[in-house]
Design a protein around this ligand. Structure first.
Ligand code: TXA
Ligand code: MG
Length: 358
């Protein structure tokens, strides 16, 4: 395995490796992906083995641009799907994944036998350069061992999956640092949010004329106070649990979104409004915004994700900081919470899963 700068020659070699059924670590604007030829069941099987991923959890397929969608999606679309897709095409290239009927060329291994496929057009020059060189789409889950923290740097891919990839393309740190938003199109009552992500659910709902169903993630229907951010940004955010209905159908439809996920080995605890309690001298603190020295000095290690509490900065540095603290021999990690709207919905979703005990 080599970590390579994404020169034209390296991209050519990566495309050739993929055509031979090898796996490549691929940077995207969200997180690094573990890429395989999506039309090659043997290559796709290597992805599941490398990640230790249950075969029932389907993969996201990446295409170079929307004009190549028919390589993954059954074509033509019904008029309903077509109009929903047209409404959301504004987010491509970008961190939005759409679940649509799958093309016959996409094997069962990718979709876990489902009639649908999750597909997106990434917005990263290296991913697009690689996809453009491949005469097939690329299946790429996040390039981490199953249930561990997603990778946002080339070194993170090498850490967990170095043994399984032929090459890692180094695209530098990922811009968003949090995975794509997943939306299932169609359905009797409209589109459904399956995973909150880097595109805020509110923006998707607006593009869909106000209709976006949400079941296994906190509701995106605006509430009286949602339009009004807290006046004091240093005020600790409320932490509200998600509305999860056990066994609900949406959770079944997004099989990778259940339970513990994104989890460091060190126990992670989301701080409530009262802040940290007890002896924290062997603990780490992951803060969204600077904290007072009196609080800082209680911890063995402190990471500040943004000088101003900007949620884009928080998301982009979040997974790298969790990995870093996870390797620091701490007893526990205390992390901030933020309001569950916009990007905050995806950040809190990841933190709750990371904090879930097995
Ligand atoms: O930002 C991202 O989406 C990254 C980059 C690499 O593109 N990829 C990513 O893949 O996050 P992964 O495998 O870590 O998450 C894929 C999620 C899983 O929760 C899976 O269950 C869901 O997508 N999924 C895939 N195909 C699906 C389908 N046909 N129906 C419903 N959910 C699906
Ligand atoms: Mg993942």
């Amino acid at each position: 395995m080599t970590i390579e700068r994404p020169t034209e020659a390296a991209l050519d070699r990566a495309a050739a490796l993929l055509a031979r059924g090898e796996l490549v670590g691929m940077p995207t604007e969200t997180v690094y992906g573990l890429a395989a030829n999506a039309t090659d069941p043997a290559a796709v099987a290597k992805v599941f083995t490398a990640k230790g991923r249950p075969a029932v959890n389907p993969l996201i397929v990446h295409v170079a641009d929307a004009s190549r969608l028919a390589e993954a999606v059954a074509w033509p679309l019904t008029p309903t799907l077509r109009s929903q897709l047209d409404a959301l095409a504004a987010f491509w290239p970008g961190p939005l994944t759409l679940v649509l009927p799958r093309a016959a060329s996409i094997p069962d291994a990718v979709t876990a036998g489902r009639p649908t496929v999750a597909v997106r057009v990434p917005d990263h020059p290296v991913a697009v350069g690689l996809l453009a060189r491949c005469p097939f789409p690329l299946a790429a889950p996040s390039a981490n061992r199953s249930n561990y923290v997603s990778p946002t740097r080339a070194e993170h891919v090498a850490d967990g999956l170095g043994h399984a990839v032929a090459m890692i393309l180094d695209g530098g740190p990922c811009e968003h640092g949090i995975e794509s938003t997943i939306v299932a199109l169609g359905g009797p009552d409209g589109a459904r949010l399956l995973r909150p992500g880097a595109v805020p659910a509110e923006a998707i709902r607006d593009r869909l004329g106000g209709v976006l169903h949400v079941e296994n993630v906190p509701d995106v229907t605006p509430t009286a106070d949602e339009g009004d951010p807290p006046s004091d940004p240093s005020r600790p955010a409320e932490f509200s649990p998600p509305h999860v209905t056990p066994g609900n159908t949406t959770a079944m439809e997004a099989p990778g979104m259940m339970g513990r996920h994104y989890a460091p080995r060190t126990p992670l605890r989301i701080l409530g409004p009262d802040g940290p309690k007890g002896d924290r001298s062997r603990c780490g603190r992951l803060a969204f915004t600077p904290i007072p020295d009196s609080e800082r000095s209680r911890y063995a290690a402190v990471r500040i994700l943004s000088p101003t509490g900007d949620l884009h900065e928080v998301a982009s540095g979040l997974f790298a900081a969790i990995r870093d603290l996870d390797h620091s021999g701490l007893d526990a990690i205390d992390v901030d919470a933020c309001p569950e709207s916009g990007l905050g919905r995806a950040i809190m979703d990841r933190l709750r899963r990371a904090a879930t005990k097995e």
